[in-house]
Design a binder for this molecule. Sequence first.
Ligand code: PLP
Length: 382
Amino acid sequence: MSGSKIPFNWPHMTGKELYYIAESHFGGRLAGDGPFTNRCHGWLEKRIESPKALLTHSCTAALEMSAILLDIEKGDEVIMPSYTFVSTANAFVLRGGVPVFVDIRADTLNIDETLIEAAITPRTRAIVPVHYAGVGCEMDTIVAIARRHGLAIVEDAAQGIMATYRSRPLGGIGDFGALSFHETKNLISGEGGALLVNAGASVSRAEIIREKGTDRSRFFRGQVDKYTWQEPGSSYLPGELIAAFLWAQLEEADRITRDRLDLWDYYHCGLEPLERLGLLRRPIVPAECTHNAHMYYVLLAPEVDRSAVLTALSQDGINAVFHYVPLHDSPAGRLYGRPSGDLRVTDDLSSRLIRLPMWVGLQRVDQDRVIESLTRLERFTA
Ligand SMILES: *Cc1c(COP(=O)(O)O)cnc(C)c1O
């Protein structure tokens, strides 16, 4: 292996994906909401302790559905971190909403719950905590704030499947939870996602919005004689082949999570000496959170030149990457959103973070190579 390239991500297959797709194919079932979709729904509802799970095309689609379900209108404000993927904000901007960006905590890089109340105005409608790296946000505080001000909570749990906050699965705590099964996430179907509808009252509306604004789901359950157009909606359900693929992944979810945690722990131990030397900082997981090893990142010391490090890793055949460009600093973020206060921690940490290769099947010798390459960080200290 030594000398070969180490990709940043490599999608892990359990081996049963094509088998289940064939089963669907020979069963003559290709459209959505068939037997595999139902199995996935049941699994998600049980594991996330949510009354209703609905597969979607993506986490992006699930977030869009929650914006529709919350009746977000022009000028409505939605509080979220700036340090997140664009979909968190897009879903609300598409309905005329205004993202209000709040700074992140220095330990978890999650939204700083102590700054949320200062961002609330009479136009605020919802809070969107993003569970970065599969480490839960401080949900008790966020839920208390939402209750006090009558706000909804949409958890962006794209990275959070199989992780918990105070023993509660991420995605099942807020009014809505949005999951991703994109190829780069822990459990995958290429593109894919799910909406968790935790506020009981919205379940039938969620089904309607996902089925082109019709009550088709009720029709199939025999609850109505024919289905008709009920309200504006779209087509958010994936075909059955995607669900068949996903089922092979859900069946192996515990093993996949264990394998990822092993990889994570190995990096964590191996990089401890570099942290002691002050060259980088490793991820911090608060005691109340169990994480899912969604990613392994390090925060380089301020005097270390990140682009030089990424170039050196690349020369050693290692594909490490950085993200995100904070949304308040992006062209669309400046146009459609606004920051609440200064976003000092976001600006600082987003400029110092790198993500290391992390995928089921990554070998110890490859992880050793990554650690060894980073051990020469001192070269890049100003
Ligand atoms: C990956 C990701 C998304 C988008 O997920 P898709 O399934 O690709 O739409 C949204 N938010 C966060 C935080 C993500 O990491």
